[in-house]
Write a protein that binds this ligand. Sequence first.
Ligand code: UDP
Ligand code: MG
Length: 167
Amino acid sequence: MNQATLVLVKPDGLKKSLTGNILTRLSETKLEIVATKMARVSRELAADHYRHLKGKPFFDDVVKYLQGEFHDRRKVMAMVYWGNDAIKKVRDIAGSTNPEEADPVSIRGSYGRITTHGVFENVIHASSDEKDAEREIKLWFKPEDIIVDLYPTKEAVIKDLKTKSWA
Ligand code: UDP
Ligand code: MG
């Protein structure tokens, strides 16, 4: 069954110049990339992305990590991969959450580390199920950023909306 899944190259992945390696590894899945962008990550966006971790002792650090505060890279690369069984295929190549327990040839096993404050710097995010994937994709992307129709949309005419275009 075709599925969409959100992948983020986290700030440590960007800082370590791993984007190419990560994309190469993910190309083994033969999935299609249907959206991509570089995104600045506000505290609100990071906290919303990780809202299932609210209340955990590491929540604040994980939010700061995604915002790039530990890596001087205040951005992430966000992508939507799409195709048959996409969620599991990407999670399998990503590896387990804890990089020390992850399969050593997975992305997280190869490139992740546990920091002295205990955060798992595991290089990429990958959605864990269809419900999370939908929520996360809608959080990071607008419908027009994605080149396939994934979820129902609605149209509205917004009067006096201020937008930027090329001068
Ligand atoms: N995390 C952490 N310590 C933990 C659990 C999670 O530092 O004990 C971080 C890690 O970067 C992880 C993120 O929080 O990727 C989100 O956690 P989740 O349980 O959703 O893991 P994931 O879906 O990313 O494998
Ligand atoms: Mg998760």
